[in-house]
Write a protein that binds this ligand. Structure first.
Ligand code: ZN
Length: 274
């Protein structure tokens, strides 16, 4: 499996530092954190960034992310579509294959399962049509937290199957997989080509409902069923990329070059154990 460094892991470093740290550590890909990209573009162009990737020997894997795309009011939804257009155009220049999109929070008046599926399918179809014009694909990332409208792999996969476009697929994030109660069986029934991005991380030993992003750890240091997940990926034939994505404030204070090295070594140890 190839390895990516996600810009959330080194949240306080800028985009150029992310690329340099990932290159020095020997990663294959970088997942670009969108706010770092916007900051970079204040003084540079997307063409400059593509040159930086060429010089580094790394490739961009995705831009992370368009947040809360579903269950939005009309003005917010227009802004989401504009953001999709903007990031898709940038991704095309960068030759970056994916944009990560995240479902919205559950509305106050709880929708039925069918309403969640219908809304998600409608939005992913709209956004997929925008991204397609730029030759870019969308990777839909369910979140395990209880306020998210799509909390499990089973539901996210059902939505992506109903969208039925080759350019709309899934993200599995090991933290959200565990926190939302997804099961290994839900991996077994996946079409491997629909899994676009795998976010790998571990988590502290806390009850599921207490787990927050800040409890994430380097792979192998926590209690997530990473070995079981990786074995299931092997069985279905997914072996493309694992991307280290950790939102741990303690890590953000570390030297990003050192952290990137540790992240790569930790991930390789876990991958080698299965
Ligand atoms: Zn993630």
């Amino acid at each position: 499996m190839k390895l990516a460094l996600n810009g959330a892991t080194t949240m306080k470093a800028d985009l150029v530092t992310d690329i340099r740290a990932a290159e020095a550590a020997g990663f294959d890909f970088v997942e670009i954190w969108a706010s770092k990209l916007r900051k970079y573009l204040v003084t540079h162009s997307a063409v400059d960034l593509r040159k930086l990737f060429d010089q580094s020997g790394l490739e961009p894997l995705s831009i992370n992310s368009i947040e809360h795309v579903t269950f939005r009011g009309p003005d917010d939804y227009d802004a989401i579509k504009a953001e999709c257009e903007e990031l898709s155009s940038l991704a095309a220049t960068l030759r970056c294959p994916y944009i990560v999109v995240v479902p919205g929070r559950l509305p106050e008046q709880a929708p039925s399962l069918e309403e969640i599926i219908d809304e998600s399918v409608r939005v992913l179809t709209d956004l997929g049509t925008i991204a397609e014009r730029h030759g870019v694909a969308l990777a839909f990332e369910f979140l395990g937290q209880a306020d998210c409208s799509v909390q499990t792999l089973e539901l996210a996969d059902e939505i992506v199957r109903r969208v039925d476009r080759p350019d709309v697929g899934l993200v599995i994030d090991s933290f959200h997989f565990y926190a939302g109660g997804s099961t290994i069986d839900m991996i077994e029934t996946l079409a491997p080509e629909s899994l676009f991005v795998f976010h790998i991380n571990d988590a502290e030993n806390l009850p599921r409902e207490q787990l927050q992003d800040s409890h994430r750890l380097l792979p192998g240091l926590g209690i997530l069923p990473l070995a079981e997940m990786l074995k299931a990926f092997k069985r279905i034939g997914y072996d493309r990329v694992a991307s280290v994505e950790i939102f741990r404030p303690e890590y953000w204070e570390r030297d990003p070059f050192e952290l990137a090295r540790d992240a790569k070594a930790a991930t390789e140890r876990v991958l080698a154990s299965v």
